[in-house]
Design a protein around this ligand. Structure first.
Ligand code: URA
Length: 291
């Protein structure tokens, strides 16, 4: 009897635009080859247009759902950026009005408290407290990292440097436009010296600020990057790989349940690029959670 060769499973298809973004992310051909194949020739916008979402595009998440990525309105930004009036109401999952974020003044008051905070020893080594920055009213995504690094401490801004650039690329790979949709901050607002993870007592001292930021900003979704942020915000000691791949709920102090997705920290992805595909899947999950 002649044995027929084993059937190859059908490969999920991706668009050329998506492929261009994935390549920008560093998910290159050898990594993509086992799981993904392009479905049309690479005649898509790349570079700035692709990164900013200026072109209307569709991102297919290697399955049967599409996420529409069209040009977005400009939202109010704070933290080194202009902070004008913004009265938008966000639509929730069923089209209900998303709770309005607090007036910008309250966030600025909290920022000043953080800048003067001496609740833990990290204040001794800081050049700047890094409060956070981005869309201040009901951002689509609130990205929460671990702690500021050296560049962040010098500039007073979160996610500067190479890891921050990768994070921005990761977001744009799923059609999230950082300038229009994201607020970025950390569990702790002051840099731990020597780039060590923050200690539990430092996190505990700083967490009330983050919780207050959640109330004032009213994000639609929280993305926790890295193990420490993931464990702290889920209240679980499970590993990052156990926490990934599902949507958790973060209970905001005002009683709102905010969808929470966890993923790898961009700094760890720079060292372990083999996890980038998982990170991209996490961001697709997050994108779906608050469509
Ligand atoms: N910079 C940040 O702002 N957060 C991190 O977690 C790492 C670097």
């Amino acid at each position: 009897m002649v044995e027929s060769p084993p059937r190859q499973p059908a490969l999920p298809r991706i668009s050329a635009l998506q492929r261009a973004w994935l390549e920008e992310l560093g998910l290159d051909a050898p990594l993509l080859a086992p799981g993904l194949v392009p479905d049309d020739p690479p005649t898509v916008p790349s570079g700035r247009a692709a990164r900013t979402g200026e072109a209307t595009a569709r991102v297919e998440d290697a399955g049967d759902h599409f996420i529409d990525v069209g040009p977005r309105h400009r939202a109010q930004r704070v933290g080194g950026h202009s902070a004008g009036a913004d009265s938008r109401q966000r639509g929730g999952a069923e089209g209900e009005a998303w709770p309005r974020a607090a007036p910008a003044g309250e966030l600025e008051t909290l920022r000043r408290q953080v800048e003067q905070c001496r609740a833990c020893g990290l204040c001794e080594g800081r050049s700047h407290a890094v409060f956070g920055e981005g869309v201040a009213r009901a951002p689509d995504w609130m990205v929460v990292g671990e702690a500021p690094g050296d560049c962040d401490d010098r500039s007073g801004r979160p996610f500067q440097g190479e890891a921050g650039a990768l994070l921005a690329n990761m977001l744009s790979a799923v059609g999230i436009v950082a300038d229009d949709q994201v607020y970025a901050t950390n569990l702790v607002k002051c840099r731990p010296l020597g780039n060590r993870p923050p200690l539990p007592e430092e996190i505990a001292a700083c967490l009330p600020y983050l919780r207050q930021q959640v109330v004032l900003l009213a994000p639609r979704l929280i993305l926790a990057v890295g193990r420490v942020a993931a464990q702290t915000l889920t209240g679980s000691q499970s590993t990052l790989s156990q926490l990934r791949g599902r949507v958790h709920a973060f209970e905001s102090p005002d009683g709102r349940q905010i969808p929470l997705v966890v993923t790898h920290h961009p700094a760890s992805l720079l060292l372990q690029p083999q996890h980038k595909l998982d990170a991209w899947r996490d961001l697709v999950l997050a994108r779906r959670a608050v469509r």
